[in-house]
Design a protein around this ligand. Structure first.
Ligand code: PMV
Length: 305
């Protein structure tokens, strides 16, 4: 009986949050937290699922339905099983990871290998069918891995970075991404000129950060993160808790720090010199945050033995 396993990584948005929804580039890195999907052939029956560790199974259903429709293959006689390293609360991209892993596993299971771009397209469509909004940056990280400069509906640009000296702090508050994205859209409706000016400025910062990161100029990259955070604060998506952790990290010697993702909660990120890493982590904990130990710049969706 056929059995295929695929895993896909989570993500952290390094620069360009929100602006990426409006056609601007962002920088996203794939992280070491992964989710695996195994599809096993069954003698009979429809599609069975056994999905421990997956908080929202609609993404699996949507991935299977979208792929089956697109590839003209009705699905039956299979069992879909997940294995997750994610804790859903952190907002590290488990939904995109489970979607991409399911789509990738299914094409292998059906014996119809597709291009990686097709895996991305089907996964993005499946995610949009559930979330309604989203730039697809998380799907890009889960599919392609590494650290990429991503613009919605454009080819991804892979970045060449040395290990990124990233520190991640969780606020303890779960962010509601879809609501925040819709709030920002409302603000843009009310003051398009101001919001578009801010998003264009963020895009400039992303371009500069790409260069700084590829040159391993972390001091400059940190400064650019700080500027990005000022804009995110301006558009009203930061929170007191995020600001507290960001200040704590900077006070302890981080090159720079910002929120990561929609804002309102979830995680903040900082770039820290090696010798200050421990101090920055301690400061985040002292300020009431939780340090999350992950590695950035990891491999994208791949077959597992
Ligand atoms: O909250 P997260 O980590 O899912 O990130 C959302 C990032 C946004 O730019 C605000 C939305 C998007 O889809 O790009």
């Amino acid at each position: 009986m056929k059995k295929i396993s695929v895993s896909a990584p989570g993500k952290l948005l390094l620069m360009g949050d929100h602006a990426v929804v409006y056609g601007h580039p962002c920088i996203v890195t794939a992280i070491s937290t992964r989710l695996a999907v195994t599809i096993e052939e069954m003698g009979s029956g429809g599609v069975q699922t056994d999905t421990p560790g997956v908080a929202d199974t609609r993404f699996i259903t949507s991935a299977l339905e979208t792929a089956s429709k697109r590839w003209g293959k009705p699905l039956a006689h299979m069992r879909v099983v997940t294995r997750s390293e994610f804790t859903d609360t952190y907002g590290l991209g488990s939904s995109a990871a489970v979607t991409v892993a399911t789509v990738f596993a299914l094409q292998q299971f059906l014996g119809k290998p597709k291009t990686i771009k097709e895996i991305f397209d089907v996964s993005y469509e499946a995610v949009l069918a559930i979330q309604g909004v989203g730039s697809g940056f998380d799907v890009a990280a889960a599919t392609f891995g590494g650290t990429v400069c991503y613009t919605s509906r454009k080819p991804i640009v892979r970045m060449n970075t040395e290990p990124i000296p990233l520190v991640v702090g969780y606020t303890g508050v779960k962010a509601d991404t879809a609501t925040i994205v819709k709030d920002v859209a409302g603000k843009r409706e009310r003051d398009r000129e101001k919001m578009d000016r801010i998003f264009s400025a963020c895009a400039q910062l992303v371009g500069q950060a790409k260069i700084a990161m590829e040159e391993s100029d972390w001091k400059r990259a940190g400064k650019l993160m700080d500027f990005n955070q000022e804009y995110l604060r301006d558009i009203g998506v930061s929170s007191e808790k995020l600001e507290t952790l960001i200040s704590a990290a900077k006070g302890a010697g981080a090159y720079g720090a910002k929120l990561s993702g929609a804002g309102g909660g979830d995680c903040m990120i900082a770039l820290a010199p090696k010798e200050k890493r421990k101090a920055v982590e301690d400061a985040i904990i002292l300020a009431g945050g939780q340090v999350i130990h992950i590695l950035p710049n990891t491999v994208g969706a791949r077959m597992e033995a």
